[in-house]
Design a protein around this ligand. Structure first.
Ligand code: MIC
Ligand code: SF4
Length: 644
């Protein structure tokens, strides 16, 4: 029987279990990536594993998230990562070299290989046909240590593209359309494989925009075939040797097929505060805009910025709009600087930021009170910009650039500009890998520098058979990791300091959460659907662990966060009957007995002592997960096994 691309790659990498839908398999990880805000934890955990060198084909540590050096903390983190990378045989991409996913696409992606990254947008590399998955730092550390990565064999959804995008309609609009149809939780347990005749008209950066933002579906990953367009991209990056063709067999089977006619798509935006809140630009053309931000790992390629430069050339940004632009990599920045496009951008009145995540993670450029910001990013979650009252819209670079000129959300087809994008593609990127530091051959002489900002991470204790405690918080649906452990310019410097960070757990929606948890140790969190969507940050599990949280009961969980909870020894429990959510209130006392047996049988009974009611929660885990929970987390279970 014919195979799809996902099955082909999984088959080549499977080392434990069998390719049966829904069952757990272990796959070999060829490559890893980390970035600084999740990297410090990942490397502290790697150090705890007692290995000398990473066992992957290539692992890369990027610095791109926290670039604002307002104190020593950040520089300490960077130094720690650089030295630990050097010791363990990991390539180090210096601050200023660019956003991990953009640089990875340019310089390290390989079709057909597996990539595990401690960042939820690792699937960006699916744009070249890599099976690229986001995970918590501990899982990435384990992959570096040579352990297989375990996943549930996902459903494979084919997204069949037909036709061709119309002028001023972007690949961003394709993924916005997928989000409109599938929603932010529609992709849980699924991989989206793109195919159909429409694929060949899309360049690699356009494809990478789609696989990048596929993370917002909650999907395991997204992937494109590796074809002639991919080959051209590798040739232009001087990496033809890394290219291989990858396509689905003609008779490949899929669990579902979604069809998208590219000709019929229109420019769209994701309205506040969710990436699936999709509306057509023309429906919101009365929205006055205060800020426009162009960049992020979704839309900061050479091609994206050349389009922006062409739109801005000879025109001026509206007086009451602030336009900020962050190119995705040093390669992109240097190319637009040398060919003059940067001068056109500057002349328009735009502000140029460095090649990093920047405003996407609230590191600077927070909008004003109640301000409207149009961004080419992938997430517009509540509070993520650093301003809770701000309204963030997500759009393509074309929409963003035109909007900066008009001051209102604008469909670029409604503007009478004579712009031709046909000469943008390049057959030769500027290649200079001098900001990528090759690790030392021998690790023994390398000293790991650990500044005072690097604090030990919390470890859980072995699972108890009976748990009782208070419901410290009850949340609604679609709680993001930005709600649970906010990231902004004030908090990002403390990603390697969990005791401090924990004081701000849930702080954007509940300032008392941390104090209440400390006053009532051993508590629980109650959540709605899709609890923990968004980022891969394990801090959203480690901070609750630090505060003594023992379990989370939710209607459903996002994939990476659920894994991070288990890795931390916090039990994720799902309401068997979602209506039981209504039975519990914040600060109720709950009790769960017979836990050790219950997690083997997939079911626990929770008693709400204040309401005098009991209900069942589902706790279906595989053997390894049960071991982890019993030991009080993944690291404890590994230490037990290895006797370290
Ligand atoms: C994000 O986009 O939310 C981040 C910041 O890149 C996170 C990682 C982090 O929290 O450090 C992600 O996507 O995983
Ligand atoms: Fe950085 Fe934003 Fe991409 Fe996350 S989504 S990696 S913060 S650019």
């Amino acid at each position: 029987m014919g195979k799809n691309i996902v099955e082909k790659i999984l088959q080549e990498h499977i080392v434990e279990g069998e390719l049966v839908k829904g069952s757990s398999v272990g796959i070999r990880i060829d490559r890893t990536l980390t970035q600084d805000s999740t990297g410090t934890m990942a490397y502290l955990q790697l150090e705890a594993m007692g290995i000398d060198k990473v066992k992957t084909k290539k692992s890369v540590a990027y610095i791109d998230h926290n670039m604002l050096q307002q104190g020593f903390e950040n520089a300490d983190d960077h130094k720690y990562i650089q030295t630990v990378a050097n010791k363990f045989g990991i390539y180090f991409s210096k601050p200023g070299n660019g956003i991990c996913h953009q640089v990875n696409l340019e310089r390290f992606s390989v079709p057909g290989d597996t990539l595990l990254g401690s960042d939820s947008h690792t699937p960006t590399a699916g744009g070249v046909g890599m099976l690229a998955i986001g995970a918590g730092g501990l899982d990435v550390a384990l992959a570096m240590a040579g352990e297989p990565y375990s996943i549930k064999v996902p459903k494979v959804i084919k997204v069949e593209l037909t036709g061709k995008l119309c002028p001023m309609v972007a690949s961003k609009d394709i993924i916005l359309e997928v989000l409109r149809r599938e929603t932010v939780k529609g992709g849980v347990g699924k991989i989206y494989e793109y195919g159909g005749e429409g694929v060949s008209s899309l360049s690699v950066p356009q494809r990478a925009t789609i696989t990048n933002m596929g993370a917002e579906l909650g999907a395991t990953t997204s992937i494109f075939p590796s074809d002639e367009k991919t080959r051209e991209y590798f040739k232009a990056q001087g990496r033809l040797d890394d290219w291989r063709e990858l396509k689905a067999d003609d008779d490949a089977k899929y669990d579902e097929i979604i069809k998208i006619d590219l000709d019929a798509l229109e420019p769209m935006v994701a309205a506040p505060h969710s990436p699936d809140n999709i509306v057509k630009c023309r429906e919101v053309s009365d929205v006055k805009v205060d800020q426009v931000a162009i960049g992020s790992c979704t839309n900061s390629s050479y091609e994206d910025l050349m389009k922006v430069a062409k739109i801005l050339k000879g025109r001026k940004v509206k007086n009451d709009v602030s336009l900020v632009i962050a190119p995705g990599s040093r390669q992109v920045m240097e190319m637009i600087a040398r060919n003059g496009a940067l001068a056109d951008i500057i002349a328009s009145g735009a502000r140029i930021l460095e090649n990093s995540c920047g405003p996407c993670i609230g590191m600077g450029q927070s909008p004003g009170t109640d301000a409207v910001s149009v961004r080419t990013f992938n997430r517009n979650f509540f509070g993520r910009s650093g301003t809770n009252s701000a309204k963030v819209y997500i759009s393509s670079p074309e929409v963003a650039a035109v909007t900066a000129l008009t001051g209102y959300i604008t469909d670029p087809r409604d503007i009478d500009f004579d712009i031709d994008f046909s000469d943008i593609s390049t057959d030769e990127f500027m290649i200079d890998d001098s900001m990528i530091i090759v690790p030392a051959d021998t690790s023994t002489e390398v000293e790991v520098v650990r500044g005072p900002n690097i604090k030990p991470f919390p470890l859980n204790t072995a699972l108890e058979d009976k748990l009782s405690g208070k419901v410290i918080i009850k949340t609604g649906d679609n709680i993001t990791t930005d709600h649970i452990m906010p990231s902004n310019a004030k908090l990002l410097p403390f990603r390697s300091n969990i005791p401090y960070l924990a004081n701000f757990c849930f702080s954007t929606i509940d300032e008392e959460f941390s104090a209440r948890s400390k006053d009532n140790p051993g508590g629980f969190i109650v959540g709605g659907d899709n609890y923990g969507q968004g980022s891969s940050r394990e801090h959203a599990a480690l901070a609750p662990l630090q505060l003594g949280i023992k379990g989370v009961i939710a209607k459903s969980f996002a994939r990476i966060h659920k894994a991070n909870l288990i890795n931390s020894g916090i039990i994720p429990m799902e309401f068997e009957n979602p209506e039981d959510y209504d039975l519990i209130s914040q600060m109720d006392n709950i009790e769960i007995e017979g836990i050790l047996e219950g997690i083997k049988n997939g079911k626990l009974v929770v008693t709400d002592k204040d309401r005098g009611v009991s209900f069942s929660v589902s706790v279906v885990f595989n053997e390894k997960e049960i071991e982890m929970l019993n030991a009080g987390g993944k690291l404890n279970s590994i230490k037990l096994k290895k006797g370290i």
